[in-house]
Structure formats: structure tokens, C-alpha cells
Design a protein around this ligand. Structure first.
Ligand code: KG4
Ligand code: ZN
Length: 333
């Protein structure tokens, strides 16, 4: 079964072709970072217009690189939400049009489901059930995953998502957009214990997150240092901030594994590309006897391969969308 995946929920236009749910034939991503970085974040209107320009060449390139023809495609899987409405509409309408013209069935895919299943793009993947921590620009959520289509939300962010915290802290430090990659790079030369930023544990048993207090703590630290004419050691601030995020994420994810007697834990989403998070959760997994699975970093950040994969499972269950289905901006979980 050949699935064409299309992703346009934020600032990447992406398309991929996946064969039989396990062989990735192409994976094309056009990132708009260079266009949005001067604004310090994604500008939705500009993102939509870029998707309009990119969608056709990106999909055509994915088909070409896969070495197949459009007539061989058995299903089109496209991100339906959550994300930026204008951006989602471009991919979604394109997929519907292609589906109608070429008479290929299509399926609307939830973006978080894509991240949840992205671990199956690697040979090294867990058995069900497992705990998955999805940390991206819009979400920090812990799920109990019992099959390719059953996900129970156990905890979520009450305010900023983890990636959003990285992006906002990078912005206030004048480091540009997106924040995660630049902060994690600078953090390599910093001392994670230099500044004791707060950890928001919330209630003792809570698997929810809150990162907005941490972001405010970094802002007040910067304000105080400036006010007192003290230097800003950027690598130390980055390392200490990153450690505060990582410590909470690792502890809560492992607590979810313990509460559900899960033998495996998956981390995915853009923040799962963070080297310190990958290292810390691997160490904790070893200590607790829990197997840790992480997609390679190119499958953590937004891509269409994970959408094609989620589509593969949806098509296997014969689920298909009506042509009057619409995109959605907020998480359905
Ligand atoms: O999954 P993703 O590509 O898009 C969304 O679905 O949001 O995640 C993007 C987020 C951004 O906030 C970005 O700063 C963060 O992932 N990110 C990272 C790293 N690479 C990307 N955060 C921390 N460390 C990284 N190395
Ligand atoms: Zn994402």
C-alpha cells in the first residue's frame, strides 16, 4: 500500500511517500524558518501564502523522489489539525482536490497522532502498551498508548508548551527563532546548575505541566541582572533553563510509566530532538528498568512521513473522510 502524506500545519510544507507502513520512499520538507525568523516567530498569514507557493512543488518532488507515479498511490493522508487554520487549509484542500481528480481515497490525520506514531518509522519501536510524551511548539502531553489508534491523555500543559517556552526564552534573550535548537546548542557550553530556575511540579500526583512561570523567572532574572549592571552569561542561562524543563519532563514521564506499569516510554515531537532531554530520559530509563524509544531527530520535528504512517493505519481500518470535513485548530484530545 502506497500512502502519500502531506503536512502543512505550521511553517513546514512537507510531503512523503510510505510503502506498506514501513518503507519510506521519500520525505521532502520545505521549512519557512528563514522567512519567519526575522519576526521572532511564525506569522500565520505569511505561512499560509508560503504553503500556497510550496505545496505543489513539494508534493511533486516527493512523488518524483519515491520513483512512483501518482496513479500508483493508494491513499492520501493529510494533516487536518491541530495547527494554524490558514496553513492547514492549504494542505487539506490540496489533498481533497487531488483525491477527487485522481479518485484516490484520502484521510484527515490528527497531527499529534502523527507525532505519537512517529516512533514506528524506525525499526526500533516499542510493543504496546507504552507511555508517550509528545513535546512540541503547541503541546506537552503524556499519553498511554494501547494500540495504533487508542491514546489516553494522562497529562497536558496548563499554559505554555515546552517548545513554546524554548521559543519565548530564546526571543527574550535575543537568540532568534526557533528557540529549541539555538538554546540546546548554547547550553552545551553552560552550567546547568548556575541559576536555580523553578520547577513547576504542580500537585504531587499531577502529570500536567506548566512552563509559563519558568519563562517569567528567566525574564525576571535577565531584568535583575541588567538593572544591577551584572553580566548575562547566556550559555549558563540556556543550560539552567533547559535543565529545569528537562527535569520536570523526565520525572513526570517516568511517573506515568510507573503508574501504568509500562515497560516502554517514547518521546516525540520537536522538543524530543533536544540532546539533553534524550540523554536524561535514557539515563532515567536505565535506572528504572524502562526501555526508552526516540525517533531520529528528523522524525521528531514536523514531517509528512509520520502523517503518511498514521494514514496507513487509518486506511487499514478503512476509515475515510467526507469531502465536507473541515480543519481544526485545537487539539481533539
Ligand atoms: O513538532 P514541531 O516541529 O512542531 C510543532 O508541532 O509545534 O516542534 C517545534 C518545536 C519548537 O518550539 C522548537 O523550538 C522545538 O520544537 N525544538 C526544540 C529543539 N528542536 C526543536 N526544543 C528543544 N530543543 C531542541 N533541540
Ligand atoms: Zn508537530
Amino acid at each position: 500500500m502506497l500512502i502519500l502524506g502531506i503536512e502543512s500545519s505550521c511553517d513546514e510544507t512537507a510531503a512523503a511517500v510510505l510503502a506498506n507502513g514501513d518503507t519510506l520512499l521519500s520525505n521532502v520538507i520545505n521549512s519557512q524558518i528563514s522567512i519567519h525568523e526575522k519576526y521572532g516567530g511564525v506569522v500565520p498569514e505569511i505561512a499560509s501564502r508560503q504553503h500556497v507557493k510550496n505545496i505543489f512543488p513539494v508534493v511533486a518532488e516527493a512523488i518524483k523522489q519515491a520513483g512512483v507515479s501518482l496513479d500508483q498511490i493508494d491513499g492520501i493522508a493529510v494533516t487536518q489539525g491541530p495547527g494554524l487554520i490558514g496553513s492547514l487549509l492549504i494542505g487539506h484542500c490540496f489533498a481533497k482536490a487531488l483525491s477527487l481528480v485522481k479518485k484516490i481515497p484520502y484521510a484527515g490525520i490528527d497531527h499529534l497522532t502523527g507525532h505519537l506514531l512517529s516512533v514506528f518509522l524506525s525499526d526500533d519501536h516499542p510493543e504496546f502498551p507504552y507511555i508517550a510524551m509528545i513535546a512540541s511548539g503547541g503541546h506537552s502531553s503524556i499519553f498511554h498508548v494501547t494500540s495504533h489508534s487508542d491514546f489516553r491523555l494522562m497529562g497536558r500543559t496548563r499554559d505554555d508548551a515546552a517548545g513554546e517556552a524554548f521559543d519565548k526564552v530564546a526571543k527574550l534573550l535575543g537568540l532568534g527563532y526557533p528557540g529549541g535548537p539555538v538554546i540546546s546548542k548554547l547550553a552545551q557550553d553552560g552550567n546547568p546548575s548556575a541559576i536555580n530556575f523553578p520547577r513547576a511540579w504542580l500537585d504531587k500526583e499531577s502529570l500536567d505541566f506548566s512552563f509559563s512561570g519558568l519563562k517569567t523567572a528567566v525574564a525576571s532574572y535577565v531584568y535583575q541582572q541588567n538593572k544591577n549592571n551584572l553580566p548575562l552569561e547566556i550559555p549558563d542561562i540556556c543550560a539552567s533553563f533547559q535543565e529545569a524543563v528537562v527535569e520536570v519532563m523526565v520525572k513526570k514521564t517516568m511517573m506515568a510509566a510507573q503508574n501504568t506499569d509500562s515497560e516502554s516510554v517514547v518521546i516525540a515531537g520537536g522538543v524530543a530532538a533536544n540532546p539533553r532531554l534524550r540523554q536524561a530520559i535514557s539515563e532515567e530509563g536505565k535506572n528504572k528498568g524502562v526501555k526508552i524509544f526516540m525517533p531520529p531527530t528528523e522524525f521528531c520535528t514536523d514531517n509528512a512521513a509520520m502523517i503518511a504512517l498514521a494514514g496507513y493505519y487509518q486506511f487499514k481500518e478503512k476509515a475515510s473522510l467526507r469531502y465536507d470535513s473541515d480543519v481544526y485548530s485545537r487539539s481533539q484530545f
